[in-house]
Design a protein around this ligand. Structure first.
Ligand code: ATP
Ligand code: MG
Length: 349
């Protein structure tokens, strides 16, 4: 099967999927707290699959973007190290995958200047994810940084040469901005040549994992199952998750979102169709569904949790991974910036 690179529902990636020869993966996370199950099935599993297919992967730790919607930057140094430990624990391999914090590669920010010239304020203000994040933030006005967040993200993606972007569904509007900027840059500043390939979003089979409150599982909402949580804590969170009163379990996410969410999680972690999981549970009801979910989540996360704890005990190794990542990313992004400057007639040296 050929992967249709669209921004709508890209198919779930399988080992048989054939990809273009020049595919590069770029994606990332904000260091706003530990990663959770939504990250794992929404994007991390696909990052590891793509890496294991031999595609170059770059993971951007978006530390500047922490301050888009909050005043308090938090314990950044520790959070960045924890992210690195979690990436390696889920199977990203620093020998093959570049991991770096974007503040450490200033060339990325230089892309922001021409990119900002390519979008209008109206386009930025209409972005539904920016609107949702502005509403969710504790601030009573939208910062200029939050408004231009998608442009900053486009600089990350295009600066790292990303063509295939494994993300959750909340990121699709941002990806649309990156595609727009790529096309407009090519038209306006590169004489119609493809200096930037419009990047395609790759969604997983679980593009929006819900948290215990029924909203998107998020670090900032305290509604998640953290990768680093203990098995008992995980069991308690799943036990307390809202479901519904229908005894017979069916997979019908539009009508039964909470039940559908647990079935989707089980499906993504055990490589099964959520409909088959539902059929197996049948009249076992919500109690059996939660029991199955707890078993599947805890057994999938057990080795990740053990490896995470080992890695966290060695902060100097985690820092060394970042140092290597920063060097590799600087080389990549500087090359892109040089081509941008040359296209714009700014190659003075
Ligand atoms: P914050 O609440 O601080 O924004 P977050 O939990 O939304 O944190 P991000 O760092 O914003 O996490 O997102 C990183 C990546 O993980 C993005 O690709 C995003 O789409 C994906 N992701 C985050 N939460 C989920 C979820 N609940 N389901 C699927 N994918 C998710
Ligand atoms: Mg987010």
């Amino acid at each position: 099967a050929t992967l249709t690179l669209g921004t709508e529902l890209a198919p779930t990636l399988t080992g048989e999927t054939t990809l273009g020869p020049a595919e590069r993966v770029a994606t990332g996370d904000r260091p706003t707290g530990g990663l959770h199950l939504g990250h794992y099935v929404g994007t991390l599993q696909n990052r590891v699959r793509l890496q294991d297919l031999g595609i170059p992967v770059t993971v951007i730790i978006a530390d500047y973007q922490v301050i888009t919607d909050r005043d308090d930057i938090g314990p950044l140094r520790d959070r960045v190290r924890t992210l690195v430990a979690e990436y390696l624990a889920v199977g990203l391999d620093p020998e093959r995958t570049v991991i770096f914090p974007h503040s450490a590669v200033p060339a990325l920010n230089q892309l922001l200047v021409p990119f900002l010239s390519l979008v209008s304020d109206g386009e930025l203000r209409r972005n539904p994810t920016v609107k949702a994040e502005a509403m969710a933030s504790r601030q009573n006005s939208t910062s200029g940084l939050l408004l231009t967040y998608p442009v900053h993200q486009a600089a990350d993606i295009l600066g790292c040469g990303g063509t295939l972007i494994p993300v959750g569904k909340d990121q699709l509007p941002h990806l649309e901005v990156a595609r727009l900027i790529a096309r407009r840059f090519n038209d306006r500043y590169a004489g119609g040549e493809t200096l930037f390939t419009p990047p395609a979003a790759l969604l997983s089979s679980a593009p929006v994992v819900l948290g215990t409150d029924g909203a998107k599982m998020s670090k900032s909402r305290h509604n998640s199952i953290a990768l680093g949580a203990g098995a008992d804590e995980t069991a308690a969170v799943i036990r307390a998750a809202r479901t519904d009163s229908e005894r017979h379990i069916t997979f019908d996410p539009a009508r039964r979102p909470q039940v559908g969410n647990l079935l989707t999680i089980v499906g993504a972690l055990s490589d099964r169709d959520p409909r088959d999981v539902a059929a197996e549970i049948g009249d076992g009801g919500a109690a059996r569904l939660k029991q199955v979910t707890t078993e599947v989540v805890n057994s999938a996360l057990a080795p990740i949790r053990a490896r995470r704890a080992e890695l966290l005990a060695d902060p100097s190794y985690l820092d060394a991974v970042l140092v290597d990542g920063i060097a590799a990313a600087t080389e990549q992004v500087t090359g892109v910036l040089d081509r941008v400057r040359a296209a714009m007639g700014m190659d003075y040296l």
